[in-house]
Ligand binder design. Structure first.
Ligand code: FMN
Length: 184
């Protein structure tokens, strides 16, 4: 199997991180990979790399507050769990932001997948995080956006918890066998 396919197959969502910070050159490589993602919005994105623990913790807390009355029960359950941290206490969090447009979610998602694959290729651990964005839906959403330096008119569409893995590599869920249709 070639290297790219091996990285794609070996990548797993990791939810247990060491406290140790990743190296600056690793963060730069991951963010550079993000910027090489396909995009329909003329690279109209902004990546925020947060390594200040208080800010990451605050985002997690605010997301849990916002999730308390969420229509999805499993998100309410996570919000009620005192041990749950939206970013699993990872030392780095990356937010992929974009101006609102029909393309924004796709651009940010493509960049996020590049981040995850770059992290895997560097031996780092990562997890795509939706939960931690709930903070921006709450009443204090604009305050959080401001504190993080998110540009006016932009919003975060995806986030990633990033660090080094503590604990075993999670096993992949078996792939479902009925998800491809071939037409020849
Ligand atoms: C759009 C999206 C949002 C996600 N949000 C979360 C999240 O908030 N918390 C979390 O622990 N995992 C989250 N994940 C990770 C998925 O749970 C994970 O990708 C899935 O279980 C498959 O596992 P794998 O990534 O190890 O293959 C998210 C994944 C995607 C694509």
């Amino acid at each position: 199997m070639n290297e790219v396919l091996a990285v794609i197959k070996n990548r797993r969502s990791v939810r247990s991180f060491n406290r140790e910070q990743i190296k600056d050159h690793e963060l730069r490589a991951v963010l550079e990979a993000a910027q090489y993602a396909p995009n329909a919005g003329s690279q109209a994105w902004q990546f925020i790399a947060v390594q200040r623990k208080e800010l990451i913790d605050e985002l997690s807390r605010a997301s849990k507050d916002a999730a308390q009355n969420h229509p999805m029960p499993f998100l309410r359950e996570l919000a009620a769990d005192p041990d749950y941290h939206a970013f699993y206490r990872a030392p780095t969090v990356i937010l992929a932001c974009s101006p609102e447009s029909p393309f924004a979610p796709y651009d940010c998602a493509a960049a996020t997948q590049n981040i995850l694959l770059a992290a895997e290729s560097l031996g780092l651990a990562a997890c795509w995080i939706y939960f931690g964005l709930l903070a921006f839906d709450g009443a204090d959403g604009p305050k959080h956006a401001d504190r993080l330096g998110i540009r006016q008119g932009y919003r975060p569409y995806c986030s990633v918890a990033l660090g080094s893995r503590s604990g075993p590599i999670p096993a992949p869920a078996p792939r479902k066998g009925d998800t491809v249709t071939y037409i020849k």
